[in-house]
Design a protein around this ligand. Structure first.
Ligand code: AMP
Ligand code: ZN
Length: 471
């Protein structure tokens, strides 16, 4: 086992050495469940899934924990702006808990459709309040934290190297000089962050708990430290997230965890670069985000999007456009068609030596800082290799797919389920168009026809009803 991986903490590619060779302790920052995850968020979860599956493929056991943020995450990561869960609850006239339940289920469904394994332990932040209180009490007792204006803050000036993860000049990260970030006058230092709120501008905050500092709720950062320590212990091997989590979220997690524990907490930090649109970062707040549902509505198999992600390295920003996705859609169809041909002709002996050689090649691609495009090249090499029997190829494809997660060998009925979803969508649209026409709402009827046409669906009105064809 000789995995080399880029570590944000040291800004170098390092040999991966877990604290205990038998099991890797892995923590993933989970979603804030106030809206559907966009496919940018899901790029991060796909690559974290590939990391976990690569670790297992290489030979490690993995114990993985992920939180679900259902409290405390404000629209600016630096304790200002609106509470994201409240934004969701107001938008949909529901309670925060209803919103959390709905979008947690939606996220789970997205993961299933993208073959993202649900981590062993998934923990809603609202279930670990005692853990946060325990940590905050000790941080106060040891003077790493202070109370001001009813809230408890972490004092970043107590640390020798608060910026250990970022390598940024302190000044450029200071709250108050970044655009759109409000100043909190309670804070002694501009980058101090809230551990517990009792007084904030969110008097309508729905979820509150008793604490030694009054009735209130935790800040966002403390949840990942608390959940990680509760379920994975005092030493973590690898912690993951998107690059926007590096500052302030992960920086603050390190600050509070190591001050609490009195020793180093996590050895490796794995960050996935963003998925961008042609006009900038994909984000929920900017609107117009693409979800797994919208991929399906456009007739795209979500696994073609997974392939799109695997074709690039996780440390490179990735630009998403429908045209670029089409390339992966076509590559995915060709891949499955090629494998189906092999499946139809299951012949030849299994060549164990060749299997060992190709598995080594595949493993070394993964060990090379999770080089998924090189791993895919190994798959294509197998498909092309005329000296391999079909049975040998199928054995290798099955093995590689435990990491790639592309349903390469799934039988046709299952892989057709995406087509069934698209078909259902077309039929729904035809039904809506019929209703519009009955109501003499020809504008809507034409809009529906155009929308379908843009997705390659042509409608034909016949005496027996509306028929359609897909290009
Ligand atoms: P959130 O639900 O906002 O807490 O984000 C969930 C995960 O998605 C975090 O790990 C973020 O770092 C990550 N993320 C947010 N935006 C993007 C993006 N455009 N591309 C890739 N990952 C992202
Ligand atoms: Zn986190």
């Amino acid at each position: 086992m000789s995995l080399k991986i880029y570590n944000t903490l040291t800004r170098t590619i390092e040999e991966f050495k877990p604290n205990n060779n038998d099991v890797v302790k892995m923590y993933t920052c989970g979603p804030t469940v106030y809206h559907f995850a966009h496919i940018g968020n899901l790029r991060t979860y796909i690559m974290e899934d590939v990391l976990e599956k690569s670790l297992r493929y290489i030979g490690y056991n993995v114990e993985r924990v992920m939180n679900i943020t259902d409290v405390g995450h404000l629209s600016s990561d630096s304790d200002s702006g609106d509470d994201k869960m409240l934004i969701g609850a107001k938008r949909e006239h529901k309670t925060v808990l209803e919103i959390a339940k709905f979008y947690t289920e939606a996220f789970k469904k997205d993961c299933e459709r993208l073959n993202i394994k649900w981590p062993d332990t998934v923990v809603p932040a609202t279930t670990c309040i005692d853990e946060y209180i325990k940590i905050i009490e000790k941080l106060l007792a040891t003077n790493y934290a202070y109370i001001a204006g009813g809230n408890v803050y972490f004092d970043v000036s107590k640390l020798k190297d608060y910026y250990v993860l970022t390598n940024h000049q302190a000044d450029s990260m200071v709250v108050g000089v970044r655009d759109g970030v409000e100043q909190d006058d309670n804070k002694r230092n501009q980058n101090d962050f809230a551990l517990w709120f009792t007084k904030s501008k969110f008097e309508d905050q729905e979820l509150k708990w008793e604490s030694p500092w009054g009735y209130g709720y935790p800040g966002w950062h403390i949840e990942c430290s608390g959940i990680s320590m509760k379920y994975l212990g005092e030493k973590l091997d690898i912690h993951c997230g998107g690059v926007d989590n590096i500052f302030p979220h992960h920086t603050n997690e390190i600050a509070q965890s190591e001050s609490y524990l009195g020793h180093k907490w996590c050895n490796y930090w794995f960050h996935v670069q963003h998925l961008n649109t042609t006009s900038g970062k994909m984000s929920k707040s900017a609107g117009g985000f693409t979800t797994v549902d919208s991929l399906i509505e456009h007739g795209y198999n979500p696994l073609a999007y997974r392939l799109f992600c695997l074709q690039s390295h996780y440390r490179n920003p990735l630009v998403f456009s429908e045209e670029r996705l089409m390339g992966s859609v076509s590559a995915y169809k060709k891949l499955i068609a090629k494998i189906n041909q092999i499946k139809e002709n299951k012949t030849g002996n299994i060549d164990e030596d060749k299997i060992t050689d190709y598995k080594k090649k595949f493993t070394s691609a993964l060990e090379n800082d999770i080089n998924t495009s090189l791993a895919l090249t190994t798959l294509y090499d197998v498909l092309k290799d005329e000296l391999l029997s079909n049975n040998t190829k199928l054995t290798l494809i099955e093995s590689f797919d435990t990491v790639l997660g592309l349903n390469l060998l799934t039988d046709d009925t299952e892989s057709n389920s995406i087509d069934n979803e698209f078909e259902k969508y077309i039929k729904d649209m035809i039904e809506k168009r019929l209703t519009a026409k009955k109501n003499k709402d020809y504008v809507t009827a034409d809009q529906i026809r155009n929308e379908l046409s843009q997705k390659g669906v042509t409608l034909k009105d016949t005496p027996n009803g509306t028929e359609y064809s897909v290009n």
